[in-house]
Design a binder for this molecule. Structure first.
Ligand SMILES: Cc1cc2nc3c(=O)[nH]c(=O)nc-3n(C[C@H](O)[C@H](O)[C@H](O)COP(=O)(O)OP(=O)(O)OC[C@H]3O[C@@H](n4cnc5c(N)ncnc54)[C@H](O)[C@@H]3O)c2cc1C
Length: 388
């Protein structure tokens, strides 16, 4: 009935829509185990992607290959302020973040994924997705593509999510970024200015030959204008004025995502997996892609339900997101108290150590909580011993 894209594309076990970090994360693992993967994107690579390119150490570690060739700068220190005042520097001996340029980084990851055995094709439009007992079919402008499983890794405005009506509770955040075309001064660290925006922050990321500045809010109804960004950049780093100013949404609410039973899984921004506290999405994009791959691989081997396995696989991500959701609600309502806590030795030391070790925020919190609980127990048992 429909023209076919390419004869052997019908042979794909898994079709992945979107060749960003989530799509490549999934495709790499599937291809590496010999599963036939067709990776689709609506554009050729390298392509532009609006993103500040702060790749946390945990995200770099999650990748199956080193990212040295596309790392512009490695960051150890952070500076944080509240409403542009009370600036404090949080130091770490070991790196906490790598600065990358998204177009180069994504192209690099795609090349690694293709080398691992995945096929990449450009598809301009997806009109329909049909799920059957054993297969899932995509009706595209290039023809009909059929596979056994489908991963929607096509970002915040996911067509797969829309067509399959998979996640009605999906919500968005918003960020605007620009480029300040000057070599970052040596003492300029990665900076966050909390509450510069309602429900968010301003950032300054020193890159190879320029500075990336931006404003982020987790609240979809808060407006951020170009002028807001120009004012922030001028106040924060002086001239020249930022150029290439663009805004984009971020996929959120993923702690409510339920993959359900079936052959279609969502990963990354498509599944709302951006951390609401920091607007950080790369780590969850990569690991959700990998967990979707593991669930499908298992389903192909054992006949288990991929949706059910994936639901289990994303539980740690969802716990982490829920924790960030609660923390961000309190933090952005009482930013000065949050900032005081954040910069106190009790929080900043475990936080920086945890970031450098590649730990997610929730794990750092639980680790710190257990440490303090143990410490208090030790002190109280010592005191009770003394007074016995
Ligand atoms: C301004 C801004 C700054 C950010 N800064 C950071 C940061 O510093 N650190 C961090 O960790 N996160 C950051 N994020 C979040 C991060 O960019 C995303 O979370 C991350 O890119 C999600 O990866 P993904 O693979 O899910 O989606 P994407 O990276 O969006 O990839 C989706 C892919 O799908 C393709 N696609 C879309 N629609 C279709 C379709 N219909 N058919 C075929 N292909 C399609 C796209 O072309 C794209 O290649 C930022 C976001 C914004 C907006």
């Amino acid at each position: 009935m429909f023209p076919i894209l390419k004869e052997d594309s019908l042979k794909a076990d898994v079709v992945i829509v979107g060749a960003g970090p989530a799509g490549c994360g999934a495709a790499y693992d599937l291809a590496a185990t010999g599963i036939r993967v067709l990776l689709l994107d609506r554009t050729e690579f390298p392509r532009m992607k609006i993103c500040a390119g702060g790749l946390a150490v945990k995200a770099a570690r999650a990748l199956r290959y080193p990212i040295v060739p596309v790392t512009q700068r490695t960051i150890c220190d952070l500076s944080v302020s509240c409403r542009m005042r009370h600036r404090k520097r949080l130091k770490s001996i070991d790196p906490i973040c790598h600065m990358v340029e998204r177009s180069a980084f994504d192209f690099f990851c795609l090349k690694k994924t293709v080398t691992a055995g995945a096929r990449f094709e450009v598809v301009n439009r997806i009109d329909k997705i049909v799920e059957a007992d054993q297969t899932v079919s995509l009706v595209t402008d290039c023809g009909l593509i059929r596979s056994r499983f489908l991963i929607g890794a096509d970002g915040v405005n996911s067509r797969v999510r829309q067509l399959t009506d998979r996640f009605p509770e999906f919500r968005v955040g918003f960020a605007v970024e620009g480029i300040v075309d000057r070599v970052p001064p040596k003492d300029l660290s990665m900076g966050f200015d909390f509450s510069r925006v309602n429900g968010g922050y301003g950032w300054v990321f020193p890159k190879g030959g320029h500075v990336n500045v931006g404003l982020y809010t987790l609240k979809p109804d808060v407006k951020i204008t170009r002028q807001d960004l120009v004012d922030y950049a001028t106040l924060r780093i002086g001239g020249p004025l930022p150029t290439r100013i663009t805004g984009y949404h971020l996929g959120m609410g993923g702690w409510r995502y339920r993959p359900g039973i079936g052959r279609v899984l969502l990963a990354g921004d498509a599944a709302g997996l951006v951390d609401p506290l920091l607007g950080e999405g790369l780590y969850h994009a990569i690991i959700s892609g990998q967990r979707a791959a593991a669930a499908i691989s298992d389903a192909l081997d054992t006949g288990s339900d991929a949706g059910k396995s994936y639901a289990k696989g994303v539980v740690p991500i969802q716990r982490s997101l829920l924790f960030s959701h609660i923390t961000s609600t309190i933090f952005y309502r009482l930013p000065r108290i949050g900032h005081l806590l954040l910069t106190s030795p009790m929080a900043r030391i475990p936080l920086m150590k945890g970031f450098a070790r590649g730990m997610p925020l929730l794990d750092i919190f639980l680790h710190g909580y257990r440490f303090w609980l143990g410490f208090q127990l030790a002190v109280s048992s010592y005191i009770s011993g003394v007074y016995q």
